[in-house]
Design a protein around this ligand. Structure first.
Ligand SMILES: [Zn+2]
Length: 283
C-alpha cells in the first residue's frame, strides 16, 4: 500500500489519540503567584506540556518512516474509522487558524495588529480622550506585546488548543494564559518607567470606547472585562519589582532531546513489527 498514505493516517490517528490523552492535563487555577510575568510563563508552559505525548509519538513515527519499508501494510478499515474523528479535529483547527489569519479585528482604542510583523495601533478617538501620559502608557503596554510576539503566540496557542477540541480543560488553560497575559504586559510597561495611574486611565478610556464600538477578539488594551477591576487595583498599587527570571527553555530542550532520540530509534527498530502486529489484530 502507498507508504505515504499509511504514514499520513498513522500521524493523524496517533497524534489525535495522544492529543486527547494530553488534554486531560489538569486545568490551571487563575491565581497570580509571584510576579504576573512569571505566572504568564508558567501558564504558557501549561499550554504545551499536554503535547509531550504527541511529540514522542511523532518521533517514533519519524523513526519508522526513516527506515522506508518497501511495502507498507494495508490499512485495516477499523484504523480508517478510528482516524476519521481525529482528521475532523485537525481540519477544524486548520480552518479556524486560517480564518483567524484572514480576520482583521477592529481595534477601538489601542491594540496590536499583525502576526509576523506586529505593529501598534492607537485610534484617533482614543488620543482625543486621554492625555499624552496615558497615550505613552498605552503604547508601552502594546510595545510589550510586540516585544514578546504575543499575537503570534496567541494564534499558535489557539491552534494547539483547537487540536485538543472539545476538551474544556484545554480551553480553560488557554483562557487562563490570555487573561494573565494582560497583567504581565501591564507590569512590563511599569517596569519600563510608566506610571500605573496613567496606564489605568488609558485602560478605562479604552473600555469606554470599546463599549461604543464592540471590538472582536484581539490583543487590545482592554483585555478581559472580568479582570478590569483587578487590573486597575493592581495598577494603583506600588510598582512591581523587577525579578530576573531563569529561562527553562534550553534546559528542557537538552533534557528532552535524548528521550526523543531514544523514541525515534525505538520506532525505527521495532515500529514495522509493532505495526504489523496491530494491523493483524485489527483485521
Ligand atoms: Zn494588552
Amino acid at each position: 500500500m502507498d507508504r505515504e498514505l499509511v504514514l499520513a493516517v498513522l500521524v493523524v490517528a496517533l497524534t489525535g489519540l495522544t492529543l486527547q490523552l494530553g488534554a486531560r492535563w489538569p486545568r490551571v487555577d487563575f491565581t497570580i503567584t509571584g510576579s504576573a510575568c512569571q505566572t504568564e510563563r508558567r501558564f504558557w508552559r501549561h499550554l504545551w506540556l499536554p503535547l509531550v505525548p504527541m511529540a514522542l509519538v511523532l518521533c517514533a513515527i519519524a523513526g519508522w518512516a526513516a527506515r522506508e519499508p518497501r511495502n507498507a501494510e494495508r490499512l485495516p478499515p477499523t484504523v480508517l474509522i478510528v482516524t476519521a474523528p481525529f482528521a475532523l479535529v485537525w481540519m477544524r483547527a486548520i480552518w479556524r487558524t486560517s480564518q483567524a489569519l484572514k480576520r482583521r479585528p477592529p481595534v477601538g482604542a489601542a491594540g496590536v495588529i499583525g502576526l509576523w510583523r506586529p505593529r501598534i495601533f492607537i485610534s484617533d478617538q482614543f488620543c482625543a480622550r486621554v492625555d499624552r501620559w496615558a497615550i505613552a502608557a498605552a503604547v508601552a503596554h502594546e510595545a510589550a506585546h510586540v516585544r514578546h510576539r504575543d499575537p503570534l503566540r496567541l494564534c499558535v496557542g489557539q491552534f494547539v488548543t483547537d487540536l485538543q477540541w472539545p476538551s474544556r480543560r484545554a480551553a480553560s488553560r488557554l483562557r487562563a494564559w490570555t487573561r494573565v497575559l494582560e497583567f504581565a504586559r501591564d507590569d512590563d510597561a511599569r517596569l519600563g518607567g510608566i506610571e500605573g495611574a496613567d496606564l489605568a486611565a488609558a485602560i478605562l478610556a479604552a473600555v469606554r470606547l470599546s463599549e461604543r464600538e464592540s471590538s472582536g477578539p484581539a490583543l487590545t488594551l482592554t483585555g478581559e472585562p472580568t479582570d478590569l477591576e483587578t487590573r486597575i487595583r493592581r495598577l494603583l498599587e506600588p510598582a512591581p519589582v523587577d525579578t530576573p527570571m531563569p529561562s527553562f527553555t534550553l534546559p528542557l530542550i537538552l533534557a528532552a532531546a535524548p528521550a526523543l532520540l531514544g523514541v525515534a530509534i525505538a520506532g525505527a527498530l521495532s515500529g514495522e513489527t509493532l505495526l504489523r502486529m496491530v494491523f493483524t489484530a485489527l483485521r
